[in-house]
Design a protein around this ligand. Structure first.
Ligand SMILES: [Zn+2]
Length: 309
């Protein structure tokens, strides 16, 4: 991986099995320059799109069309993340480019409510928005300076909230089931620390199991070790509770070692994103949108198309 843009980011292929990986925003964060041994120079906002049963479900919403047109309007946050102006990467635009109808998005499942995960909600005002009870409470109360900086209610109020009680002990063996779409079952697992109610989203099917770890870590190297004192100081600045966040990362380390059947990835690691895209397209790079798929752009309710996705 180099500092140059590593992969084609705009969605051009639907993933097999009804799961497509989307990068809904990119940046060159300041933290990456400070910790070159830890981070690549480049980050993505890794979201998931599930298609089936004539509807679409998003996991995280990335940044909105408007935010990606003019990221500077996000102020210090855009500077810290080095956000690029790339309106074509908004989930709304990529869903259209895949010949789906954005109005078919019935649900958005959020790992947490940070700016770079919730901004895209603006483009799906009719969708139900799933969030953990602790996260919505933290975002509304904004009890600390950090929480006042990281949450912006203008991105998500009003929303059609579906609030879930997720206890700290909720792990992959006893997740909180949220919904089913096509062959997939989506559930929450608790990964607190980055924010108070931060959750991973577990997606299981007969063919694959993936865990979207949100911002439990930024780079997979964080699952190997906790890093230097300086790096831990940096994490203390971005994690609401460093102790909880380190505990969550320890749990993920164990999972990674014990569950070869489970693909883990976080929101911002570009290597993980590239691997996930490759994995979802299959070894030959074939996608689920060609041939008899008959992508007509009208909606995703056609039976033959549903079979293809
Ligand atoms: Zn993030």
């Amino acid at each position: 991986m180099t500092d140059d843009e590593p992969i084609t980011l705009g969605a051009s292929h639907r993933g097999n099995g009804g799961l497509t990986h989307l990068a809904c925003g990119t940046g060159r964060p300041l933290g990456a320059r400070l910790f070159k041994s830890r981070f690549k120079g480049y980050m993505v906002c890794h979201c998931l799109l599930f298609a089936g049963d004539g509807r679409l479900v998003l996991v995280d919403a990335g940044l909105s069309r408007e935010e990606l047109r003019a990221p500077r309007k996000l102020g210090w946050f855009a500077t810290a993340l080095g956000l690029q102006s790339e309106p074509q990467l908004a989930a709304y635009e990529q869903i259209g480019a895949l010949d789906f109808n954005p109005s078919a998005v019935t649900d958005v499942v959020l790992t947490h409510l940070d700016l770079d995960h919730a901004g895209g909600l603006r483009d799906f005002p009719d969708a139900r928005v799933h969030v953990s009870e602790a996260e919505l409470d933290a975002a509304r109360r904004r009890r600390t300076m950090g929480e006042r900086m990281r949450y912006r209610a203008s991105q998500w109020e009003p929303a059609r909230w579906v609030v879930h009680a997720v206890s700290d002990s909720t792990d992959v063996s006893s997740p909180v089931e949220l919904l089913r779409v096509g062959n997939w079952t989506l559930s929450y697992v608790s990964l607190p620390g980055h924010t108070r109610g931060h959750c991973g989203v577990l997606a299981t099917s007969s063919d694959a199991n993936v865990l979207h770890c949100g911002d439990a870590y930024y780079d997979r190297s964080e699952l190997a070790d906790a890093g230097s004192f300086l790096f831990r100081c940096f994490k203390r600045g971005v994690d609401t509770s460093l102790a909880q966040a380190e505990s969550s990362r320890r749990r993920l380390r164990v999972l990674q070692a014990e569950r070869a059947d489970l693909q883990l990835f976080c929101s911002h690691d570009p290597d993980e994103f590239a691997e996930a895209v490759g994995h979802s397209l299959g070894a030959d790079g074939a996608d689920g949108a060609d041939g008899a798929d008959g992508a007509d752009g009208a909606d995703c309710s056609d039976g033959a198309r549903d079979a293809a996705i």
